[in-house]
Design a protein around this ligand. Structure first.
Ligand code: DI6
Ligand code: FE
Length: 405
């Protein structure tokens, strides 16, 4: 039987196998029914109904942005401007700024408005070859609005050529109506928000912002115990601004990932290695917050912890709309190798979303999510600062961005 489609005359960064980038020179990729049917040397390819010449471009797995907060109301450009004029965080908070202002704007927005504004922000990511995105809630902080954010995320997956994973981050910040009653809010998250939204099929994973300015390790445990009882995988915002042993806590619960991790300690690193918890590093937030404390990349490397990178796209600490720029930042700030950076938005990002069986590499049986780049070597994906060498995107075997080579 001939294949539906054969992409030929390309070089593939399969991200599988032992050679750098899992590279195959002079490759061909066969696609059937939305999946990769075969990948190998062009000379070994079987017949196909349709042949497409990729003019020696590089093909990578569709890129995966495994940590975003991209569904929200309003933006905080005004606050950015005030901060640069010297306003302090406190003054901005007093003037109604910070996370709480995004919560207000998100509560005021209808679902169609949330979908539309996120769609605008997702366009540049799609154009760069992103085919999977994780979207967290966390700007609703009540049952109704957390649900609306996750439903908006679901709609985006239906309306865009994009696989969307929905993460409930109801424990992101304390809503103003719960001031000085954070345990009561955690009770609401555990007793109501998570169980109800889980029942509605809106939760693929549960996340918590474990931080001095957010929720304590004890409160994190309560949320994780709730998720565990319901059989929902967990992830954790850990050690972004201080060391609370969050990485070890995440590992103890078998978390898919621990994220940010600038302040992660050695015990946390070993625990993550043992548990197979992915380290998701977020150079956009590191940059925008002008952080100076580097995440312990070498420790993760030596311990064999898989590292992913993501935009953390959000209106406050990382208004990032380019995943390729994050590859550059991961290399320049965090000293990732370009290959580590590409693994961080493909194979390791898939793992952080529990999608390894179907996404993240170019291998037979996986989804035909592929990005075509006009570059001479894969390192260019991390090398250019800005610009977009993507020349075509296939999602589930269809051209979501028409090929232009
Ligand atoms: N860490 C962050 O950097 C953001 N959330 C989080 O858990 C901040 C989100 C915002 O400022 O809106
Ligand atoms: Fe985040």
């Amino acid at each position: 039987m001939p294949y539906d489609l054969l992409l030929e005359n390309c070089r593939a960064a399969t991200m599988a196998g032992a050679v750098p980038y899992g590279a195959i020179e002079d490759a061909a990729i066969a696609i059937n029914g939305g999946k990769i049917a075969w990948i190998g040397s062009r000379k070994d390819a079987g017949p196909a109904k349709e042949l497409v010449d990729l003019k020696n471009c590089w093909v990578t797995p569709g890129l995966i942005d495994c940590h975003t907060h991209i569904v929200y109301g309003g933006d905080r450009a005004n606050e950015f401007e005030l901060r640069l004029k010297g306003a302090t965080y406190e003054e901005i908070a007093k003037a109604g700024g910070g996370i709480v202002s995004t919560v207000k704007a998100t509560r005021a927005a209808g679902e169609p408005e949330l979908v539309e504004s996120a769609k605008q922000r997702l366009q540049p990511l799609l154009a760069e070859g992103v085919t999977t995105v994780e979207i967290k809630s966390g700007y609703g902080l009540d049952l109704e609005t957390e649900g609306r954010q996750l439903r908006a995320a679901q709609r985006l997956g239906e309306q865009l050529p994009l696989t969307v994973r929905k993460t409930c981050l109801a424990a992101h910040a304390l809503p103003p109506e719960f001031t000085d009653r954070s345990d009561d809010y955690i009770a609401l998250v555990c007793d109501r928000i998570i169980p109800v939204l889980h029942q509605q099929g809106l939760i693929d994973a549960v996340d918590v912002f474990c931080e001095k300015i957010a929720f304590s390790p004890e409160q994190t445990r309560r949320v994780f115990d709730t998720a565990k009882k319901l059989g929902i995988p967990v992830k954790l915002h850990a050690e972004q601004l201080s060391d609370l042993n969050g990485a070890a806590l995440a590992a103890e619960y078998g978390a898919l990932s621990a994220e940010h991790l600038e302040w992660a300690n050695d015990a946390g690193i070993s625990a993550m290695a043992r548990a197979g918890t992915v380290a998701v590093l977020l150079p956009g937030a590191f940059y925008a917050l002008r952080e100076t404390k580097l995440p312990p990349i070498d420790g993760f490397r030596k311990a064999g912890v898989a590292m992913a990178i993501a935009t953390d796209s959000n209106p406050g600490s990382s208004p990032a709309l380019s995943l390729l720029l994050m590859l550059s930042m991961a290399c320049t700030f965090f000293r990732f190798t370009p290959e580590e950076a590409l693994r961080g938005v493909t194979v390791n990002a898939a793992r952080a979303l529990r999608l390894s069986a179907s996404h993240g590499t170019i291998e037979a049986g996986k989804a035909a999510d592929l990005a075509v780049f006009d570059i001479a070597r894969p390192a260019e994906l991390a090398y250019w600062i800005g610009g977009n060498p993507c020349r075509g995107v296939l999602q589930a075997g269809r051209w979501s961005r028409p090929l232009c080579v």
